[in-house]
Write a protein that binds this ligand. Structure first.
Ligand code: ZN
Length: 117
């Protein structure tokens, strides 16, 4: 059996997709036969649940990120924290091209249910 250890922050919040288990990334086990359990385009798991053995993922929320000067460019980003949401937006090629990325302040807020639909 092939086991894949995913590089996850030890204190990152993760949750099992099958049972009720949630806990820090350091509790997760290496994933057995990753290639057979995750298909292309599917969200990458963070590890294997220590309780039931199902795949577990980082707990992320959807953030609405915009540049805080014009509010013209808006991204919806799934990230674990506001900081991570902003860093994802900063890496978006169009954002770097169209804005002065180095001195543009960014603004991230939790997307509401209606906005994320
Ligand atoms: Zn589980």
């Amino acid at each position: 059996m092939h086991r894949t250890k995913i590089d996850v922050e030890p204190d990152a919040a993760t949750a099992c997709q099958n049972c009720e288990w949630t806990g820090p990334g350091s509790y997760l086990n290496a994933i057995a036969d990753l290639g057979e359990r995750v298909t292309a385009g599917e969200k990458m798991p963070a590890g294997q649940c220590p309780r039931c053995g199902s795949l577990a993922h980082l707990i992320t929320t959807r953030w609405r990120v915009s540049d805080s000067i014009t509010f013209e460019r808006v991204w919806y980003v799934d990230a674990a924290s506001e900081e991570e949401a902003i860093s994802v937006a900063e890496r978006t090629p169009n954002a770097a091209e169209e804005t002065q990325i180095d001195n543009t302040p960014w603004h991230a807020e939790l997307a509401s249910e209606s906005e994320s639909a």
